[in-house]
Write a protein that binds this ligand. Sequence first.
Ligand code: NAD
Ligand code: IPM
Ligand code: MN
Length: 355
Amino acid sequence: MTKTLLMLPGDGIGPEVTAQARRVAERLIEQGLALDIGEARFGGVAIDADGMPLTADTLTLAKASDAVLMGAVGGPQWADQPYGNRPEAGLLALRSGMNVYANLRPALCFAALADASSLKRALVEGLDILFVRELTGGVYFGEPRGIETLPDGQRRGVNTHVYTTSEIQRVARTAFALARGRKGEVVSAEKSNVMEAGLLWREEVQALRDAEYPDIRLTHMLADNMAMQLVKNPKQFDVILTDNLFGDMLSDEAGMLTGSLGMLPSAAIGDAGMPGLYEPIHGSAPDIAGRGVANPSASILSLAMALRYSLGAPELAAKVEAAVEAALDGGARTADLGGTMTTAAMGDAVLAHLA
Ligand code: NAD
Ligand code: IPM
Ligand code: MN
């Protein structure tokens, strides 16, 4: 059966990096992969054309596809949009609308990049962490939220950090199940010392492990300590389970351990059989957009994750990952990795290993 991939290039460097992922997908199609590729407007470009970052038609298309490959959204052009109509709000609506509650963010240090990290080689060589970040709840979505004016004229900004049992259990299940295919070790991060939602998180994760995953070694770590441990001794971690906000911050931190934020892909998945959303963890990088110098690796590796988790082609996922690795081994480097290659040249280098 032919599968369908919807591309949402988005803003800034989004179209630049997804163009390279598309070349990779097209090469695989030439080699026999049964895949139809579609494309839609999303983010700031959709605000400009359609008045909103995510139209109902685009969400319907996304939900009807097997996988969605997003580039990045946002930029200074849309900073004066009402809050709920910003590109980033469109991304939250897409994640929520697709019900992709588990965000897999692997932080893998390729051997060729062990000296590109801001940490010493010995600390990052062979690094292989899998973040499982809760993606459709927590303070990103909690109610009440907003900015209000108080009787004394002050303004007050409100967001609510909230989790329910089922929201915690379903993402924890994903983390435990994935840990079984790895070292079987999960570290769960929260702030149970200061937040009730963090305490509930710790209790529910522990209870689920005890009831259904007794073979998994589970430990709990306060999120501030984890931020420190990630730069002190990152190789102590196998699977890291976090809420939405801590996962956002800690995975960017882990990005630098691998050499560049431009290397980190992600997969957002929900219940079995439902479409997944794949995107680099980096943003639209307005500081380098339009110059053709962004690193497309995270986007290409996100396509690989789509092949593995949504498109039923794990062997092609491994092939694409090996091609990125071989390109790096051969010295291919964009500016973020200390090289001089353009985005397209980096794409060429990967394609050269997909003969
Ligand atoms: P960013 O991730 O866009 O950029 C941070 C730094 O990393 C910049 O110096 C940038 O040049 C560099 N960088 C990022 N990706 C790179 C790549 N592929 N190759 C080389 N260098 C790369 O974060 P920011 O600057 O804080 O945010 C910019 C905009 O992107 C904001 O509007 C933000 O909301 C949005 N954003 C979107 C997403 C997303 O779409 N998933 C993620 C993060 C941020
Ligand atoms: C990410 C981004 C998003 C997030 C923003 C753009 C909504 O930072 O994908 O990491 O905070 O989840
Ligand atoms: Mn982020």
